[in-house]
Design a protein around this ligand. Sequence first.
Ligand SMILES: Nc1ncnc2c1ncn2[C@@H]1O[C@H](COP(=O)(O)OP(=O)(O)OP(=O)(O)O)[C@@H](O)[C@H]1O
Length: 309
Amino acid sequence: MANPAEQAAIHTEGLTKVYKDFWGRPKVTALSDLNLTIHRGEVFGLLGPNGSGKSTTIKLLLGLIFASQGKAWVLGKEAGSTDINEKIGFLPEESYLYKFLSGEETLRFYGKLFKIPKDVLDKRVPILLDTVGLDSKARKRKLREYSKGMARRIGLAQALINEPELILLDEPTTGLDPIGTREMKDLILSLKAQGKTVLLCSHLLADVQDVCDRITILFRGKMQEQGEVKSLLQVRDVTQIETKGLTDQQVEEVRKFMAQMGVADARVTHPTTTLEDLFIRIVNENTRGGLSSVSSDVQTGGKANGKAG
Ligand SMILES: Nc1ncnc2c1ncn2[C@@H]1O[C@H](COP(=O)(O)OP(=O)(O)OP(=O)(O)O)[C@@H](O)[C@H]1O
């Protein structure tokens, strides 16, 4: 039988973290007995309110802190093994990038840290900047002039500089407007299409619902729920039939038919869209070039009010 510790992108068994105080006495149980298997190629969501143990889990997977009990494997090796770090990309909640470097210089700098040859970087850097939607003006500007959305984009490009197999994203849509959020979600889906594994930590439930195959919900360090997004959200005792273009009279016929079948509380309504879809449709309808032209307006239009962390 396949061994999940070797095969899975991430596998944990009884993973527990107890933070200790200055005197070495147990202070906070941040993570308790986490058993998790994330398959290669899936987008997996780690959900939970503030303080539920999401960042602790990421730090354990990256080998930045040690488990108090249990074990974690990443890409078939024990978490923290030096030879797997180069296969991992990480976008922290706050990107600590150098404010005096431009977007392009930032990527070259991190590329050099990974010892990526110059000729490879010459090709990869512009492709990555295109991928995250930083145009030719934006990529030359210093990060201290970047808006929060731009800082998030360059943070993601930096996380991808080593062409990682596994990408850990901590609150990737923080600070992004609805258009930037939609683009980030599309990017996550394109990473999945390239066969990458993505672990997405967030408390923004709509974002997670849109892109994740499976999720785990953490609360006070304990796993509360785990499964496929679709099946977790399915309301099993309600049947929904969708169709287009029914006249009011036809709707009335349907209602009568249901009543004849003995269905007392049938609701025949029009579905609602999401606020995000509505917002993006309005922006698209009012912009000649659609979404991409809006994001480049935002990048070049002097909206550099936020700070790159
Ligand atoms: N270094 C530390 N020392 C002591 N307690 C800590 C430490 N780091 C985190 N904690 C505590 O562990 C618990 C889990 O924290 P963690 O940062 O993992 O949660 P989180 O789900 O990532 O929260 P957030 O969404 O706010 O980032 C919290 O109670 C937190 O206060």
